[in-house]
Design a protein around this ligand. Structure first.
Ligand code: IVH
Length: 692
């Protein structure tokens, strides 16, 4: 048996390795239970041998005892703030460059100034102090002179190394932002909701609140991350001449630095960077509220100096806000495809996230009550990317007369059928089914959607008329429409009637999974539709399925697999993996309903449905797509790969076989390279798709 010192060292190395596999590479090699055993063994050894304790031990990441308050820390070098350029247009960047050139006494014939362009991360600024490579202190910015000691909390953040890599300097203060990935934030809120706890408002507040906790165990439960963008005191280290190189050095010490940074020259390239990031903004896994430009030359930075607490050499160039305040004029109810009644706030129009918004969803009755929104209130509205605008919070109460209190209607506002709210469910539903015109319209729109039967030209306005005039009650009726009927619709020229008729005709050839998806069964999205298509292979098989038997069979295979695993035997594929008993029940109900069966039967008489090209496993490789492709959309690439039996995953891990990198590929490409995953370009993808 090795001595405790050696065992502690071995355990630390092993645990750090598993941390990297789990947190950085998304490819754990051991189960959580096995990890816990290693961790507890290390904890036990450290408490039995206090002389072996170390500030950079992985055990320090779980958080110790809560503090009474956070101690004050004076910054040796003040933490500066940054001047904000509120002009979100190109002129914002041009004005900054002009100012810098003036301050540096540069004439029109002097070369362009070099800048470091970075993202403006939206979180909490932090200063990390490493002494001889070990993290010894973390402090918030505070007023710039004095911040708060949050070392215990910051140790719980896995992105922050407790020890630097390589030849660490005597002192290195790294400054950067602690923030939260959007996906992690959403997951956290889902967990809160399930536990019946209060939801968090946005990633930034949540990150800031988590860092300033008195109890580090709470911080440890918040999925925080970190990126460096600057520095404080440095000693015993050859400091490079450029800001960008300093960040490279910090990165080489093992500290994360954002990959989207770029060295650019002159106003034009600043503008191009601002525009390129604006395009990418929604696709980034975290929120930003702008970009930051910094004069890259550190000597020039020193010459430029500061005004008050803001350096002259840097500016934050903002984007249009994604949150704005406005007034709720009324709360109405909309009926969705599956009959769900959604309360919608009618807003005084407001410009947010680049468009004018006049409606925002309140999701459901519980959400509306939780946020306590009334007509007349002033609220904060958020719109990011393609997501539906929503109300974040109430900023100021309106008059709130009791008679204005919102009540969920007891009958459907569209068809008058009674509404029900199933116990344990958030949704209130209209019981009218396809008798309800709102549901009919939504069902037709869904059926015609791009990812479903792809009937081009069958939009809102047309569907409204088809349903109002009772020309189409269900998807099957669409195929009975002739050109004359279509031409009779309002605002429908002869040519467009012809085109629409043509797209309806074209949709008569469909792949099975698209057809299943198009039916709009509750709970059946694209993924589930694909599982059903692969399993059943035809509409007839799907229609005659015995769901009780299937689910029993599934359960039996699963149980058998548990035994097989114990015996070390190979396991079998679980049938209909991904479809649980509740979903199976709802599919079975839908398929049993007379009306639905009639519609499906009529559809199968006119639509020619192609069985899945190949069954799962024949292609069997896992792909990740990143960047933009020139000759096809990512959806098309995904369809083509899946049709050949391959899988397309969202993120890169050790299990990825190929990463297809298009133009402007970002962090997924970097990750592929660091994991040694094979990277191919669009041309290679095309060749691969040609192969049999
Ligand atoms: S540099 C030289 N760079 O923005 C001035 N700050 O509004 C020091 N921030 O307190 C800051 N991303 O919390 C800098 N790439 C970036 C940044 C960034 C986000 C934050 C930081 C700062 C605040 C100022």
């Amino acid at each position: 048996m090795s001595n405790p010192r050696e065992r502690v060292a071995a355990l630390r190395a092993e645990i750090e390795r598993h941390n990297r596999l789990y947190y950085d590479q998304d490819a754990p090699e051991i189960t959580d239970a096995e990890y816990d055993r290693l961790f507890r063994e290390l904890q036990a050894l450290e408490s039995a041998h206090p002389e072996l304790a170390a500030p950079d031990s992985p055990t320090q990441r779980v958080g110790g005892a809560p503090a009474k308050d956070l101690a004050a820390v004076r910054h040796d070098m003040p933490m500066l703030s940054i001047r904000t350029e509120t002009d979100t247009e190109d002129t914002g960047a041009a004005n900054f460059d002009a100012r810098i050139r003036r301050e540096l006494d540069l004439g029109p014939n002097d070369p362009p100034v070099e800048y470091a362009a970075e993202l403006k991360l939206d979180g909490l600024a932090i200063s990390l102090r490493y002494e001889n490579g070990t993290l010894v202190r973390a402090a918030t910015r505070g007023d710039g002179e004095v911040g708060e000691d949050v070392t215990a909390n910051v140790r719980t953040i896995h992105a922050i190394p407790l020890r630097l890599k390589g030849n660490a300097p005597e002192i290195l203060e790294v400054r950067g932002e602690i923030f939260m990935l959007r996906a992690a934030f959403e997951k956290l809120n889902r967990r809160q909701a399930e536990a019946g706890e209060k939801l968090f408002i946005n990633p930034r507040n949540t990150a800031a609140g988590a860092v300033r906790q008195l109890d580090p165990k709470i911080t440890a439960q918040r999925p925080l991350t970190f990126c460096a963008y600057g520095y404080g005191v440095m000693r015993g280290f050859r400091i490079p001449h450029r800001h960008s190189e300093l960040l490279d050095a910090i990165e080489a010490f093992g500290i994360p630095v954002n990959k989207e940074r770029k060295v650019v020259k002159g106003a034009e390239e600043l503008i191009a960077y601002h525009a390129a990031i604006a395009k990418k903004r929604e696709a980034l896994p975290f929120d930003i509220d702008g970009v930051v430009y910094k004069v890259n030359d550190l000597d020039a930075q020193r010459d430029l100096g500061n005004v008050a607490r803001e350096p002259r050499w840097a500016v934050a160039h903002k984007y249009p806000a994604q949150e704005e305040a406005t007034e709720v004029q009324a709360i109405e109810v909309q009926v969705g495809r599956t009959g769900t009644l959604t309360p919608v706030a009618k807003l005084k129009p407001v410009f947010v996230g680049g468009v004018t918004v006049s409606n925002a969803t309140l999701h459901n009755e519980d959400e509306l009550r939780r946020k306590d929104v009334w007509a007349g209130d002033t609220v904060v509205v958020r719109r990011a990317g393609d997501v539906i605008p929503e109300i974040v919070t109430v900023r100021k109460h309106g008059p709130r007369r009791p008679e204005d209190r919102f009540e969920m209607p007891t009958s459907c506002p569209v068809c008058g059928s009674p509404v029900v709210r199933v116990e344990g469910e958030a949704a209130t539903r209209c019981t009218g089914g396809l008798y309800c015109k709102a549901q009919r319209k939504q069902a037709l729109l869904h059926f015609a959607g791009r990812r479903a039967m792809d009937i081009e030209g069958l939009g809102d306005k047309i569907v409204d008329q088809l349903v109002e005039r009772e020309l189409a009650k269900n998807p099957a009726d669409l195929y009975d429409l002739d050109e004359a009927a279509l031409a009779g619709l309002e605002r429908m020229a002869e040519k467009s009637a012809q085109n629409l008729r043509g797209s309806i005709e074209k949709s008569k050839h469909a792949e099975l999974h698209r057809f299943i998806y198009a039916l709009g069964m509750p709970g059946v999205g694209e993924e589930v539709a694909k599982i059903l298509a692969r399993h059943f292979g035809s509409v007839a098989n799907l229609m005659t399925a015995d769901w009780t038997a299937l689910m029993a069979d599934k359960e039996a295979v699963r149980k058998d697999n548990v035994q097989r695993k114990k015996r070390g035997e190979p396991v079998e594929d679980v049938p209909l993996e991904g479809i649980g008993p509740e979903l199976a029940d709802s599919i079975a109900k839908f398929l049993h309903e007379r009306h639905n069966r009639d519609v499906i039967e009529r559809l199968t008489r006119v639509v020619e449905i192609a069985a899945p090209a190949q069954r799962r496993g024949e292609g069997g490789k896992t792909f990740v797509l990143t960047g933009s492709l020139a000759g096809m959309t990512r959806d098309e690439a995904r369809d083509a790969l899946e049709a050949r039996g391959h899988k397309v995953a969202a993120s890169v891990s050790k299990k990825t076989d190929y990463v297809v990198a298009g133009a402007d590929a970002g962090s997924k490409l970097d990750k592929a390279r660091s994991l040694g995953v094979r990277v191919i370009d669009e041309q290679q993808l095309k060749e691969l798709l040609k192969e049999r």
